[in-house]
Design a protein around this ligand. Structure first.
Ligand code: PEP
Ligand code: MG
Length: 590
């Protein structure tokens, strides 16, 4: 039966495919397609994993028996019996065979897919005792996965190799059943999401998250339709259901009828056609009708994203979120050499165009590891995040500053500092940067000049622009956080997403003042939050005097189209009216 689920639109476009449900705790299980001649081998891997766990349980049963009837805890005996029974249930291997044979899923993916199917059956059972056996099913699946991992560790590959690595293999896509797949999860961390970059999924749906949560930001950078904040989607959708993601409306349609499917297939083609038309603008300079040049820059997460930025015709990288180099590494931080090489790859990848490296912004909804403690504070967005985190460990920060300066020897680099609010933070940062310069000079290591900029993303910073402009070469407005902190709305919380308003008069006032003050002092101001890539905001920002926009590469051409159609001088009075209005959104169409 067709039904729809409403969430928050993250990326425009339509995705149509089958649902792959992934429990949040199992997103690190590898998802990749196998070759048809590997089918039997994969099924046997699951069989061997299962048999190993059966043996382990039987051994345990024997030792429990050996304790004698008085000593043997009856609960343990019963538990072992249940686990054994579940493991021997042919539905597991039967399902695994289906996913491996029909869909060419790798063994671990097939096993967890079958787990989702069976877990749902347990959820629907009337009998409470039977319903609770779902936890046992999950436990034995974990055990089988572990047994398979142990077997693999003896071999060459690791069970938990990130999906992206597998998916990068040249044969995977060819081997795959061509059915598109849509990932459905309760929650995905930004680093989980990064794992799926260039992976097998053509769409994403999560129960939680706001439009500018970092998970949504990474989804947007992947340029595939995604909906976040879809609340109970992961409970309502079943493994393998047909799904339509309408990324424009933020709607998920489950089990669509043939008529609905045909309608969305048509919309999908239209969308793709419109995109392919935009490609023609790639080499057109971004200049307004009245001759104002506008810098359209790219936001990237990894050095390899520089290629997409160049392909989209970006004038440079306006935001390299360096924290993605620090995530998902079990707390093991990248050393100076690793960082230097990564920054250098980004710089070289941009072929002489400037690269803005933001110093690490770990914390809040970007924990270093999904299970890490730093995201678990009561108010993580107000806690030890970004520059606060860096300054809390000056040696670690110095390592990053040295790496950035060294990378600057290979091309134009700008440095950007997130979440500054205090003069003391500015001073400490600049003094550490000077220390890094002096150290490198003393060691005779090559380094380059870097312009230093501050992010304006805390209202306090936007209210002390004169001070900021005295210390920095340029400013970049982080509207995602500026909105969050001005309106006291958690950007990652879907329950208050309706109040997260980029057009709130207070937000517009801070953005406009920052642009105006920077211009008055002859210093560059750019916007690198999601607002910069929103075509609905381009005219307003141009009208407010913004001439530098940084966004995901996939958004550049659409924004360029808006720039080419705009007359900056003519829209300035309208932009002032919007700024003065109590209800700016009412004027946005005019
Ligand atoms: C912002 O806050 O707008 C920004 C660009 O930084 P991030 O989204 O990484 O917090
Ligand atoms: Mg920010």
């Amino acid at each position: 039966m067709t039904f729809s689920i409403h969430g928050l639109a993250v990326t425009r476009g339509i995705a149509i495919g089958r649902a792959v449900l992934v429990a949040s705790s199992r997103v690190d299980v590898a998802h990749y397609f196998i070759e048809p001649d590997q089918v039997d081998g994969e099924i046997n891997r699951v069989r061997r994993g299962r048999n190993a766990v059966i043996k382990e349980i039987q051994r345990l049963q024997q030792s429990v028996e050996a304790l004698g009837p008085k000593e043997a805890p009856p609960e343990l005996k019963a538990l072992l019996d249940v686990h054994l029974m579940l493991l021997q249930d042919e539905e597991i291997i039967g399902g695994v065979k289906h996913w491996v044979r029909e869909r060419l899923y790798n063994a671990e993916w097939a096993l967890t897919s079958q787990l989702e199917v069976m877990a749902r059956q347990f959820d629907e059972m009337e009998d409470e005792y039977l319903r609770e056996r779902k936890a046992d099913l999950e436990q034995i699946t974990e055990k089988v996965l572990r047994a398979m991992q142990e077997e693999m560790q003896g071999g060459s590959a690791s069970l938990y190799m990130p999906a992206a690595l597998h998916a990068a293999g040249p044969t995977d896509a060819d081997a795959a059943d061509k059915t598109a797949l849509v990932l459905v999860a309760h929650e995905l961390s930004p680093s989980d999401m990064l794992q799926f970059k260039q992976g097998v999924f053509t769409g994403f749906i999560t129960d939680v998250g706001g439009k500018t949560s970092h998970t949504a930001i990474v989804a947007r950078s992947m340029d595939i339709p995604a909906v976040v904040g879809a609340r109970s989607a992961s409970q309502l959708v079943r493994q393998d259901d047909w799904i339509i993601i309408d990324g424009n409306a933020g709607v998920v349609i489950v089990d669509p009828s043939p008529i609905i499917l045909a309608e969305y297939q048509y919309k999908q083609r239209e969308h793709e056609l419109a995109r392919s038309r935009l490609v023609r603008l790639r080499d057109t300079p971004a200049i307004t009708l009245d001759g104002e040049p506008v810098d359209l820059l790219a936001n990237i997460e990894m050095p390899e994203d520089a290629a997409a930025a160049v392909r989209a015709g970006a004038a440079g990288v306006g935001l390299f979120r360096s924290e993605f180099l620090f995530m998902g590494r079990q707390g093991h931080l990248p050393d100076e050499e690793e960082q230097y090489q990564a920054y250098r790859r980004a710089v070289e990848g941009m072929n002489g165009l400037p690269v803005t490296i933001r110093t690490v912004d770990i914390g809040a909804d970007k924990p270093m590891d999904s299970s890490a403690q730093e995201g678990k504070h009561l108010n993580p967005a107000l806690g030890l995040r970004a520059i606060r985190w860096s300054l809390a460990d000056p040696a670690m920060f110095l390592t990053q500053l040295r790496a950035i300066l060294r990378a600057a020897a290979h091309g134009p680099v700008k440095m950007l500092v997130p979440m500054l609010a205090h003069l003391s933070e500015i001073r400490q940062t600049l003094s550490l940067l000077e220390q890094a310069r002096v150290e490198l000079h003393r060691e005779g290591r090559p380094q380059g000049a870097v312009q230093v900029g501050a992010m304006i993303e805390i209202p306090a910073a936007a209210l002390m622009l004169k001070t900021f402009l005295r210390y920095f070469d340029y400013l970049s407005i982080g509207t995602n956080d500026l909105i969050q902190y001005t309106l006291a709305i958690d950007r990652a919380d879907e329950s208050v997403a309706h109040l997260y308003d980029p057009l709130h008069p207070a937000v517009l006032r801070l953005v406009a003042d920052t642009i105006a003050e920077g211009r008055a002092q002859g210093k560059e101001v750019s916007v690198c939050g999601e607002m910069a890539g929103d075509v609905g905001m381009t005219r307003l920002l141009l009208g407010l005097g913004l001439r530098s926009f940084s966004m995901h590469p996939a958004q550049i051409l659409a924004v360029k189209q808006e720039v080419l159609r705009a007359d900056a001088a003519k829209i300035a009075p309208w932009a002032r009216q919007v700024l003065e209005s109590e209800t700016p959104s009412a004027l946005m169409g005019s």
